[in-house]
Design a binder for this molecule. Structure first.
Ligand code: ZN
Length: 595
């Protein structure tokens, strides 16, 4: 017998704000007769690292018809309930004290959760509707709290506590929830309502400006993918932003994004500058990035993500496309939507190029390998990362630029990377949630690039994507009238190490391969105390009294043992890439190709 009611329902209550505990009740109407299994995801899509969210589950028990049902633990994140008659209920508590966009956080000021942290999956019933009753905390501190989420309401007013419904488990865990006394504003982008939710104290937040700017970016991206219909892929969208003193990060979802930003980066009504500050541009760039993911990775996906296996690593060699191209387009949409001018855009681009050229790891790992190994390497970086790996974000965005220039050159400006994105969208993305959940394979990506470029791009792919060569941007930019210069300060004496102030001394955080510090034997973690017998508080200041080729004596502590190094100073090796469009070519690169 089938009933029409959803078979899976949860209630979630912020039970104890001070103890950071959510109380969750899961009811399964028709549990598996052989004993129902429950599992919590080991990772959250978009953040490619095993996080074992189940470690935050405290106390779990099951019952049916008012009687306890035994739960057996199967592995670190799964349980099996003994066969029971009728409806099965599982109750558990989740410790929520991770202030990031990836997990859950709860205190007297707000609550936030991703479904991957709080909702046990019911294997075998993932495709049924999942209903969630989000309960108002019984706490005076939560008197004015509201709810923000992209989940559709079932029995709740918009922004109210009550029941929400997801089509399936995948939508449930792709719809984070923010609750609190947040600032809220709504704008429409090509007719679709977009909420801007800001949690945290921000004196004189200039919400109208934020909405006006985001509207430009969102409309530009919607029109990019659907130039004719200008139809957004979702019915509504939520930007949920947690404001902290110093922070930066975001995670994409199909109809929302969770962001963390620094208070100083948000615009204020107190200083209505015409110019957008560098911090604000950085925040808009983050919003632009996560919003672009609405298409690129939330709908256009690698085949191995369709569907995700939430219990183990899902390996793909394509993150250079899903993260790298998204990074290429995030800044591009800032200039296309008028948030920055051409000069500002080339400044950001030059910085990005320099950042990639800084790391020796780029000659050891390709972006395809970096993508595949994200789980163990990119997401688990140590002090040697710059020498060992390459970022599929940063170099991936240069691959995007390189391909864009190559396609524009080969087709005499008739086509560009824009056409690649639109073709991916039409063939794989548009119907992903409309009954055609098909991902794209690496071979299909190769074929599509050739098709749009009208020529074989295999050499490009083999050298720069599957190989470790630098994308020859100087050569590729020249026909577009963009001058590429490396203005590194090679006369500035340097240890070629990243160094941070540590009280009155300095701590080495990264030693760059082949640099002065490396050759002298200095290691990451060493605490520099003196350079030529002067306290090493301000290393740059001290070194500025020397010239390249001079030798200095460095004293440092390693495991509390004083060590002495003789360092031959070398010229600074940080690339200083400047990109300058020549006047007659202005606008060429940022202009979308014909649609
Ligand atoms: Zn991203």
């Amino acid at each position: 017998m089938k009933n029409n009611k959803p078979g899976i329902s949860y209630t979630i209550a912020a039970k104890d704000l001070a103890a950071h505990l959510f109380h969750v009740t899961l009811t399964v109407d028709n549990p598996a007769p052989e004993g129902q299994i429950f599992a919590l995801p080991a990772w959250i899509p978009g953040s490619y690292m095993i996080r074992e969210f189940s470690r935050n589950i405290i106390r779990i028990n099951a019952s049916a018809g008012g009687k306890p049902v035994e739960l057996t633990k199967l592995d670190k994140h799964s349980w099996r309930a003994l066969p029971a008659k009728g409806r099965l209920t599982v109750e558990y508590e989740v410790y929520a004290w991770d202030l990031s966009v990836r997990a859950a956080h709860l205190d007297q000021s707000h609550g936030f959760f991703n479904g991957t942290s709080v909702f046990l999956r019911v294997p075998g019933q993932e495709d049924s509707p999942h209903v969630v009753d989000i309960q108002k905390p019984d706490d005076e501190a939560a008197r004015n709290w509201r709810v923000a989420t992209a989940l559709p309401e079932l029995k709740a007013r918009r922004y109210g506590f009550g029941t929400y419904i997801a089509k399936n488990y995948d939508e449930l865990i792709d719809s984070p929830v923010e609750m609190g006394d947040f600032a809220l504003a709504t704008f429409k982008a090509h007719g679709v309502p977009h909420d801007v939710v800001v949690t945290g104290r921000v004196p004189n937040l200039d919400m109208p400006r934020l909405c006006a700017d985001l509207k430009q970016i969102c409309e530009a991206q919607i029109a990019f993918f659907e130039p004719r219909s200008k139809k957004a892929p979702m019915d509504r969208y939520v930007f949920m932003t947690m404001v902290v003193g110093d922070g930066y990060g975001g995670l994409e979802h199909r109809a929302s994004t969770a962001l963390i930003c620094s208070r100083a980066d948000l615009p204020t009504t107190a200083a209505r500058d015409k110019e957008r500050s560098e911090g604000y541009i950085k925040f808009l760039g983050l919003c632009s990035h996560e919003y672009f993911h609405t298409w690129n990775v939330k709908r256009i996906k690698p085949a191995v993500f369709a569907p995700y296996d939430l219990q183990v690593e899902n390996y793909t060699p394509l993150l250079w496309l899903f993260e790298g191209f998204t990074s290429y387009y995030d800044d591009l949409f800032l200039v296309r939507s008028g948030m920055i001018d051409e000069k500002g855009y080339y400044k950001l681009l030059g910085k990005g190029v320099g950042g990639v050229l800084r790391g020796a790891g780029r000659s050891k790992q390709s972006v395809a390998d970096s993508s595949f190994d994200a789980w163990g390497k990119y997401y688990r970086q140590d002090e040697n990362a710059a020498n060992a790996i390459v970022s599929y974000y940063a170099k991936g965005s240069l691959i995007g630029l390189g391909l864009d220039l190559t396609i524009r050159a080969k087709t005499e400006g008739k086509r560009s990377l824009d056409d690649v994105m639109r073709a991916l969208w039409q063939r794989y993305g548009r119907d992903f949630y409309n009954g055609r959940p098909r991902g794209v394979t690496p071979a299909e990506v190769d074929a599509l690039l050739d098709e749009i470029a009208g020529t074989k791009l295999k050499p490009f792919v083999e050298k720069y994507i599957r190989g470790t060569e630098d994308v020859p941007l100087q050569k590729l930019l020249a026909p577009f009238g963009v001058e590429y210069k490396d203005e590194r300060k090679s006369s500035k004496p340097s240890l070629d190490a990243n160094i941070t102030r540590d009280g009155a001394d300095s701590k080495v955080t990264v030693v760059h391969e082949g640099g002065a510090a490396h050759r002298a034997g200095i290691s990451a973690g060493d605490v520099l105390v003196a350079i030529d017998s002067l306290r090493a508080g301000n290393v740059d200041g001290l070194l500025s009294r020397y010239k390249v080729g001079d030798t200095v004596k460095v004293h440092a502590f390693r495991r509390d043992e004083l060590m002495t190094f003789s360092v031959k100073l070398q010229g600074e090796r940080i690339p200083g890439i400047t990109l300058t469009p020549q006047p007659r070519q202005k606008g060429e690169l940022r202009r979308p190709s014909a649609v």
